[in-house]
Design a binder for this molecule. Structure first.
Ligand SMILES: Cc1ncc(COP(=O)(O)O)c(C=O)c1O
Length: 496
């Protein structure tokens, strides 16, 4: 159908334009449609005070799965604390060291309290980020021939990368696929895979509580099912924890990585591995470092006993100046309430999904394709999509990101370090991928790989992602819709 032509035999689709002058009316309609949002008005106050910089600069921030936003008071409280205390390296007994040790232990207790992780059940190990937490597990897990490392397709690359340690120790690697269009895991295949291992060896199953690509939330009762069949479980909560309640009184995964900047924006560079004590006891660390052992000798080349956790798993000096900011960040989230944050982003995501999926070109052709669930059922507020032209061709995601950027809208594009979801979403086969990995091949970047696949198959293996978080408001999603509506009837430029 030619550009701008009417829909044969039907009414012209409604043209929503999302003009600034219509915002008030749209907001009132939104509140009628999503009444629980009204309970989150406290965040609107915070948006005008604690997060005022977003509005001052005219920003529309839609990349919370990439990184959270911090409140002004987090910075002020952290600064005040650093100004007040004299803090030194915690590995000693002098007063400045003791003060740091106290704050580090307070941070540990705050993390434990926030996630309701019982002291006698879970260890709190500070790392640089979620990836660091995953590497701690991967390098020390007792993989051996006979072990299986089972992963869902929609893991982040920092989980996929764990397979290199499993490979090196002779373990088998197995993946359970996700299925189009909702990108949910094939549960029957999962049950088969969980049942199909020989007892005796150690087996590890890793999946995300929420996909950082599609927003899909997987059942947490898989953890108990896997335990019953003899597996240890890594539950990647990096994308889940910022807007959902994670309660270790209810769910009992063995290893859970989290990055704090994704929860409350500041500080960056601190993450945590929450590990069940009995699962932690299975791990054999491949090296030692300052702080992780009791005794080492140069002359004897010996080293004795890993220090008990958490010290035995915290290489070198922890970020003792940054950790008080974790306490402050957790207190900030607690004061708002995770239930409130969850309610708010769910309502906003519900509206966004409904608007995106009803938007049409003049021809009646859909303007948006969603990769993942089209409603808020069993999903978080992370939405992967294409903007389509009237012929159904995707607009170049990098061009879209640049155009959004010109309006100070921060969205994310690419594959989000989640190749499995991307491959299934875009129907990229094993043979397609092989083009990037077979010899001779001069591919050195993701862009080049995407171009090779696209040239050969016409498939466009990259995506747009918008994600909501602690400071999101209706204005953010409304402005994004206005931006999207600007693509109505626009013919996509050839990509590349
Ligand atoms: C689901 C998931 N897992 C792990 C990570 C890795 O987190 P980090 O880069 O903070 O180590 C991310 C980052 O986006 C993620 O979304």
């Amino acid at each position: 159908m030619s550009r701008g032509a009417g829909r044969a035999g039907g009414d012209a689709p409604e043209r929503r334009s999302y003009e600034p002058c219509d915002l008030k009316r749209a907001y009132a309609a939104f509140l009628r449609r999503f009444p629980p949002y009204a309970d989150t008005a406290r965040i609107d106050e915070l948006r005008a005070t604690e997060y005022a910089r977003l509005g001052r600069a005219g920003h529309t921030y839609l990349d919370y799965t990439g990184g959270g936003q911090y409140a002004e008071s987090q910075l002020a409280r952290h600064h005040a604390l650093l100004s007040e205390f004299v803090l030194g390296n915690p590995h000693s007994h002098n007063p400045s060291s003791a003060a740091s040790t106290r704050l580090v232990e307070e941070a540990r207790a705050a993390v434990r309290g926030f996630f309701n992780a019982a002291d006698d059940e879970y260890e709190v190990i500070f790392t640089a980020n979620a990836s660091g937490a995953l590497k701690l597990v991967a390098e020390a897990y007792p993989f051996r021939p006979g072990s299986v490392f089972l992963l869902s397709y929609d893991n982040h690359n920092s989980v996929n990368g764990m397979r290199e340690f499993a490979h090196a120790k002779g373990a088998a690697i197995s993946y359970v696929p996700v299925r189009r269009p909702a990108l949910r895991l094939d549960e029957r295949a999962l049950r088969r895979a969980l049942r199909g291992v020989v007892p005796g060896a150690d087996h590890l199953f890793a999946y995300p509580a929420q996909s950082n690509f599609s927003g899909v939330q997987h059942p947490l009762d898989w953890i108990d099912a896997a335990h019953e069949m003899g597996w240890d479980v890594v539950l990647d909560c990096a994308a889940f924890a910022p807007t959902n309640i994670l309660d270790f009184g209810v769910v009992k995964p063995d290893f859970v990585p989290v990055s704090f900047y994704k929860l409350f924006g500041y500080p960056t560079g601190i993450g945590v591995l929450l590990a069940k004590r009995e699962a932690l006891a299975k791990l054999h660390r491949p090296w030692f470092a300052g702080g992780t052992i009791t005794v080492a000798s140069v002359q004897d080349e010996g080293w004795y006993r890993l220090a008990p956790p958490p010290a035995g798993f915290e290489d070198g000096t922890v970020d003792y100046l940054g950790l008080p900011a974790v306490i402050i960040g957790l207190e900030h989230l607690r004061a708002i309430g995770m239930k409130t944050i969850h309610k708010r982003v769910t309502a906003l995501a519900g509206w966004l999904l409904a608007e995106l999926t009803t938007l049409k070109h003049s021809s009646g052709a859909p303007m948006v394709r969603i990769f993942g669930p089209r409603t808020t059922e069993r999903r978080g507020a992370t939405i992967a999509l294409y903007l389509l032209d009237p012929e159904g061709r995707p607009n170049d995601v990098y061009e879209v990101e640049a155009a959004a950027g010109r309006e100070l809208i921060s969205i994310r594009t690419g594959c989000f370090c989640n190749p499995g979801d991307g491959e299934v979403a875009h129907n990229i086969t094993h043979d397609d991928m092989e083009r990037c990995f077979s010899e001779p091949c001069a591919i050195v970047s993701l862009m080049e790989c995407q171009q090779v696949i696209e040239d050969a198959t016409g498939k466009v293996p990259n995506t747009i992602r918008v994600s909501l978080g602690v400071a999101s408001d209706f204005g953010d999603v409304y402005r994004f819709m206005r931006f999207v509506a600007g693509y109505r009837d626009r013919v996509a430029e050839p990509i590349g």
